[in-house]
Design a binder for this molecule. Structure first.
Ligand code: CP
Ligand code: NVA
Length: 308
């Protein structure tokens, strides 16, 4: 049985705020929580949730994770708090640090999240920004590890927009040393600084590949992953992106080009018939709902490692 070890960094703003050892450790703790082998209590600890964008999984999985740990959450809806009125982040962060033990924040600009972290005296967790979704990547690699015990040899192919989810998969994939391939239309490549950082971490530079050809990218892949083509905040680009992403749908034809035992992941919510077909979501290779469940176990582990 494992005892959570406190993370070296105060915050979890990026997948790179933890070391590779810490990432393996969080995954082990999460597995123990899932198997009910671990009973750690964070009694009386309070998690503040500030969500500037909609959420089902992240919000509820954090609420339930905290409740399972014996703590509580407060949902600071920006429209009914002074956040929506434009109170400066530095003031909000200092005040909430007095009431809460940890904050999970979902917002647009990653620099706003960093501003919260700068002024908060308590740990701040990235619950999704335009740049990264590191909590999602924790659950994703937990799901992959459940399927492929020695997941170092796994090939993960992400088909779609080089967005926040892709960025965090790249960075966590680099920490774990697994092969990550991104297939996106030209002009929709992942963040260039993220790619640069990932190449600095990989010992074998061939393990990260960015391509514009989905068929080549899925050859021999063990995990096929996709996400929406237009993220929250990109609603006005939807029509244009729908056209640019034609040919990037995960359908049975694309799946047939992957390894025969490949699994399918999607962070959800999904637009069926756009980035993925209904058949693939509901098919026997899909681990999408296990992946959603794992958000809770992974975040329970993260909270313990930040607060213990
Ligand atoms: N995957 C994910 O973050 O889902 P929500 O937007 O529902 O939180
Ligand atoms: N890329 C998506 C992820 C949603 C969980 C978005 O940012 O809207």
């Amino acid at each position: 049985m494992f005892t959570p070890v406190k993370l070296a960094n105060k915050n979890f703003l990026s997948s790179l705020d933890i070391s590779s050892e810490e990432l393996f450790h969080i995954l082990e703790i999460a597995k123990n929580f899932k198997n009910k082998d671990l009973n750690i209590q964070l009694k009386d600890k309070v998690l503040g949730l500030i969500f500037d964008k909609s959420s089902t999984r992240t919000r509820v999985s954090f609420q339930v994770a905290m409740s399972r740990l014996g703590g509580t959450t407060v949902d600071l809806n920006p429209t009914t708090s002074q956040i929506g009125r434009g109170e400066p982040i530095r003031d909000t962060a200092r005040v909430l640090s007095k009431y809460c033990d940890v904050l999970a924040i979902r917002t647009f600009d990653h620099s706003d999240l960093e501003e919260y972290a700068k002024w908060s005296t308590k740990p701040v967790i990235n619950a999704l920004t335009d740049l990264e979704h590191p909590c999602q990547a924790l659950a994703d690699f937990l799901t992959i590890n459940e399927e492929f015990l020695d997941f170092k040899d796994v090939i993960l192919t992400f088909i779609g927009d080089g967005n926040n989810v892709a960025n965090s998969l790249i960075l966590s994939g680099a920490l774990l040393g697994i092969e990550v391939r991104i297939a996106c239309p030209k002009g929709y490549e992942p963040n260039s600084l993220v790619i640069k950082k990932a190449y600095e971490i990989y010992k074998n530079k061939n393990l990260l590949k960015i391509t514009n050809d989905p068929i080549t990218a899925v050859q021999g892949a063990n995990v096929l992953y996709t996400d929406v083509w237009s993220s929250m905040g990109e609603e006005n680009q939807k029509e244009e992106k729908d056209k640019d992403f034609l040919g990037f749908t995960i359908d049975n034809n694309l799946v047939r080009n992957a390894d025969k035992d490949a699994i399918i992941l999607h962070c959800l919510p999904a637009y069926r018939a756009k980035e993925i077909t209904d058949e693939v979501i509901e098919g026997n290779k899909s681990r999408i709902f296990e992946q959603a469940e794992n958000r809770m176990h992974a975040q329970q582990a993260l909270l313990c490692c930040l607060l213990s």
